[in-house]
Design a protein around this ligand. Structure first.
Ligand code: IMP
Length: 196
């Protein structure tokens, strides 16, 4: 079976992706190939950062690999925090700090539309491909739920009454940005492994 390196050491993301595409390829982590440095995300958009991370590993090790990058884009904030979602409240801050800063920025705002967007960059046989998944929703006025991570307690997808943090992992994955981008990657790999 083909081997693909996922440019991450996030165990949650690794097990999620292995469940979805593990039947088409063996997924290795950065730890598995002995890479334990930080890759600085310096691009101005999600596509650029996902590509930058995948290219970094491809250039160094010559392996087929993929990387992902996610952002929460809030309409009333002109698309912020977007590519800066992980460090919205600053460097070395917590998920709770980011959530509180966003709730403050949206205080009194009636336009609450937002979307999560994930881009996956794949480098396979020296060619690069991009896959995208998005989910539209709104920023709630207060935190709801205990599951998930990041902005989950204040994001409610349009097709549900629940915030992401009130859903099971399965419910969330079936409609989430990352779930959808991963399904796109899965369809592509399914076609490639059939043809190849
Ligand atoms: P990353 O590119 O997957 O590391 O995501 C960047 C940031 O977006 C994370 O640090 C989180 O704050 C936020 N984020 C990404 N995915 C999710 C999600 O599924 N729910 C809530 N927040 C998320």
């Amino acid at each position: 079976m083909k081997e693909l390196v996922f440019v991450t050491n996030n165990k949650h993301k690794l097990s999620e992706i292995r469940q979805i595409i593990g039947q088409y390829c063996i997924i290795k982590s950065l730890g598995d190939i002995g890479f334990n440095e930080e890759i600085e995300e310096t691009a101005p958009d999600l596509e650029g950062n996902a590509l930058l991370k995948a290219r970094h590993i491809h250039d160094r090790y010559g392996v087929d690999c993929f990387a992902d990058d996610t952002g929460l884009e809030v309409d009333a904030l002109g698309g912020a925090p977007g590519v800066y979602s992980a460090r919205y409240a600053g460097e070395n801050t917590t998920y709770a700090d980011n959530v509180n800063k966003l709730l403050e920025a949206m205080d009194g705002e009636t336009r609450r539309g937002a979307r999560f967007r994930t881009v996956i960059a794949l480098i396979l046989d020296n060619k690069s491909y991009l896959f995208e998944g998005q989910v539209d929703g709104e920023i709630t006025t207060e935190q709801r739920g205990e599951t998930g991570f990041g902005y989950d307690p204040i994001f409610r997808p349009l097709q549900s009454e629940k915030s992401f943090a009130e859903m099971t992992a399965e419910e969330k994955n079936s409609i989430s940005h990352r779930g959808r981008a991963t399904q796109e990657l899965r369809s592509f790999l399914a076609r490639e492994t059939k043809e190849g």
